[in-house]
Design a protein around this ligand. Structure first.
Ligand code: SAM
Length: 285
């Protein structure tokens, strides 16, 4: 019997490969190709257009980092907008904060949600049973354009890479609309690629410049994500005035009493202590 390996290129001559126990499902939707696999080391995982979205083994890292960082900077967050995030992991983490009152989640591809509810029930669980979540199927770009001014405390852009349906979520126009839809203490977090391989670093830099042209505070923070390109991955942090380090209120954050596996206050501070080469990448024209 031949071994079946899933491979994702991270650079033209570097790739991550995972030995597949079984291909569980495959479908071409109007937006993208979805594949579900099972493996020994990473458990189940799924890909969109051949790129890994989540694996059972490491999704907690991404989802804790996208949600806990802004909640520590502003523990009063009540109204949240998630763009993308079809696997439900971001919604699950946001809903662990009992003070959050409303989570609007706008996902362009309903098939991602339905299939994740089937294959990743532990990730998609909040989408089935948390009454605070309003699930909307549509383009996040258009949704934010039409959103009322100052409607949200937090926008989380849990998107695919800047190609295909996710491309518009990396534009200045989209960031401007997010700015308008956020209130005065509003925070935007977005999927911000990797600083390491040059193709990803280029996209990271472009996204950063655009974000910094709209928000008075715009930076990136890092975390270790084993199955993403190079393992060194970033989120963007942008706000109208809150500083991600100086304004972090760990005392109030700890009152949420969460049992995390990755995020803690030390990780928060370290995430914003960027290596020199990342700082240099951000400053390049
Ligand atoms: N954690 C993942 C990562 O960084 O690879 C992202 C996960 S989540 C599955 C990404 C989702 O963004 C996909 O389900 C995709 O359908 C959705 N998406 C892409 N473009 C979108 C858009 N314009 N509006 C709303 N959702 C979008």
């Amino acid at each position: 019997m031949l071994d079946l390996w899933f491979s994702e290129f991270h650079a033209p001559d570097a790739k991550l490969s995972i030995l597949v126990k079984e291909q569980l499902y495959s479908e071409q939707t109007p937006f993208q190709k979805i594949d579900f696999f099972d493996s020994e080391t990473f458990g189940k995982f799924f890909t969109l257009d051949g790129l890994i979205m989540i694996t059972e083994k490491d999704e907690f890292i991404y989802h804790e980092m996208i949600s806990n960082v802004p909640m520590a900077v502003n523990p009063d967050i009540k109204k949240v907008l998630i763009i993308g995030g079809g696997d439900g992991g971001t919604a699950r983490e946001v809903c662990r904060f009992k003070t959050v009152e409303q989570v609007d989640m706008v996902e362009i591809d309903e098939r991602v949600v339905r299939l994740c509810q089937k294959y990743f029930p532990q990730t998609a669980c909040a989408l089935d049973n948390d009454p605070r979540i309003n699930l909307i199927f549509g383009d996040g770009l258009k949704f934010v354009q039409d959103a009322p001014e100052g409607a949200y405390d937090l926008i989380l852009v849990d998107s695919t890479d800047p190609l295909g349906p996710g491309e518009g979520l990396f534009t200045t126009e989209f960031y401007r609309n997010c700015y308008r839809a956020l209130n005065d203490k509003g925070i935007l977090i977005n999927q911000h690629e990797s600083p390491y391989y040059k193709e990803y670093a280029y996209e990271m830099r472009r996204a950063h410049k655009k974000l910094a042209s709209v928000f008075s505070i715009a930076t990136v923070y890092q975390f270790y994500m084993p199955t993403y390109s190079s393992g060194h991955w970033l989120f963007g942090f942008a706000s109208k005035g809150l500083d991600p380090v100086k304004d972090a209120d760990f005392k109030r954050w700890s009152e949420f009493g969460l049992q995390n596996r990755y995020y803690n206050p030390g990780v928060h501070l370290g995430a914003f202590a960027l290596p020199n080469y990342v700082q240099e990448e951000l400053q390049k024209e």
